[in-house]
Design a protein around this ligand. Structure first.
Ligand code: ACO
Length: 384
């Protein structure tokens, strides 16, 4: 029997699962860095694809490297008609995250060669996943409405093309830039649940499509990426500023979590929430105010007043939904958009995991019985 080397920590809180040079959080001092660069700098000066390159290859691309990377992604945006046909068979009532998880896994059927020690294979998988995931999200959305998907437009950059494929019209340039910044903000976040899931899957040396599919499935949960959708449903349920205090009190009395608040690592307002709130304001200035923004601000005040001492503040999911809603995006696509961004971080972790891979095999503390007898079926009692 192996030796247990540390005490059991529910949720593996504070237990390191890897050594990583990809991102860094100081949850007390509002610091999030990708490869050592502050998220605020990247949000101001970078693009999502440049940030993805930085995360995955560990350094900023030169102009030529970035041009080649963007061009490769541009030429791999289309999805095979068989994948489209497969997606057409998905039930229109299905959740887009389930559609995305299935479609991401299906890519592995079409690109089944596995050569994890070949840098060209790694690069091709990175390009394919970054390029095709937005197309699959948009295609499922149009097909569930009974429409044909729109082909990617080669004249448009990553975020503009995604909004174009999704909404069937050319987006406002400010909205496209804001979406690109949202993708930067969601691209990576140390050892969270979906990234851990990606690394565990990667550690078995399976293909990268299975790695991304398992991470998408993990992100979908309401305690993780799925919270952004839940936040908007909650704001709609609250309806108006005057109902906020009673709503918060009811949740606390029922020991119900308030969506978009709290975090294992952040002990201050998540810096991404601060940036997203600012983006929401910029968008509203141009396209008109959103009444739910007032509800959100009042909710933040009420929760901070009651839970501030527990260090419960808005997390990344709190303001993102308001931004996407203003862009005309339905709430069940908020988490798939999160996934589009986080593919960059998951791929960076996949690549890092492969460098000095050891398969994940933690231990457990057995709490069951030993030497129990086999009970014949007629002697068994009904147990609830
Ligand atoms: N509303 C009310 N109380 C909360 C909230 C919340 N959103 N979050 C935490 N608390 C309270 C808990 O009740 C607990 O109080 P107690 O010590 O008196 O029992 C304390 O704060 C610690 O909370 P835990 O749930 O133990 O913290 P944990 O680190 O396990 O969970 C999590 C973090 C899952 C994010 C939690 O805060 C939560 O469920 N938030 C709501 C869902 C959400 O917004 N998720 C998105 C997170 S960001 C992301 O994944 C991209």
């Amino acid at each position: 029997m192996g030796t247990t080397i540390c005490e059991y920590q529910p949720g593996l809180a504070n237990v390191p699962a890897a050594e990583s040079g990809i991102s860094f959080i100081d949850g007390d001092n509002s610091i999030l860095e990708y490869r050592g660069i502050a998220i605020e700098e990247l949000a101001k000066k970078s693009t999502f694809l440049e940030t993805a390159y930085l995360l995955i290859w560990g350094h900023f691309p030169t102009k030529d490297e970035l041009d080649t990377f963007e061009n490769d992604i541009l030429h791999h945006r289309r999805i095979k008609y068989r994948i489209r046909d497969m997606m057409k068979c998905f039930p229109e009532s299905g959740h887009p995250m389930d559609a995305l998880q299935t479609s991401a896994a299906a890519l592995g059927l079409f690109y089944s060669r596995r050569a994890l020690d070949n840098p060209e294979y790694i690069r091709a998988a990175v390009v394919r996943l970054l390029a095709k995931i937005p197309t699959m999200v948009a295609a499922f959305h149009l097909m569930r409405k009974g429409n044909d998907p729109i082909q990617p437009n080669d004249d448009l950059d990553y975020a503009t093309n995604f909004l174009y494929m999704l909404t069937e019209r050319m987006p406002d340039p400010l909205a496209a830039r804001i979406l690109d910044v949202c993708l930067i903000l969601h691209a990576e976040h140390t050892m969270n649940a979906s990234t851990f899931s990606a690394r565990v899957t990667a550690s078995t040396l399976t293909d990268p499509y299975a790695v991304i599919a398992s991470a998408v499935g993990t992100l979908a949960g309401p305690l993780h990426g799925g919270a952004n959708e839940e936040v908007l449903l909650m704001l709609e349920e609250i309806g108006s500023v005057k109902n906020v205090a009673a709503y918060v009190d009811k949740c606390l009395a029922n020991k119900q979590k308030i969506m978009g608040f709290g975090h294992r690592v952040w002990r201050v307002k998540d810096p991404r929430a601060i940036l997203l709130q600012d983006l929401a304001k910029q968008l509203f200035e141009k396209t008109g105010h959103d009444e739910y923004y007032d509800v959100a601000v009042a909710l933040e005040e009420a929760v901070t007043e009651r839970l501030g001492e527990k260090k419960i503040y808005p997390n990344v999911d709190f303001y993102s939904g308001l931004v996407y809603r203003k862009m005309g995006i339905p709430s069940d696509l908020f988490t798939p958009i999160f996934a589009i961004a986080r593919v960059a971080g998951w791929l960076a972790h996949w690549k890092e995991q492969l460098v000095e891979n050891r398969i994940f095999r933690p231990t457990q503390i057995y709490t069951g019985n030993h030497n129990s007898p086999y009970i014949p079926i007629e002697e068994r009692e009904f147990t609830k």
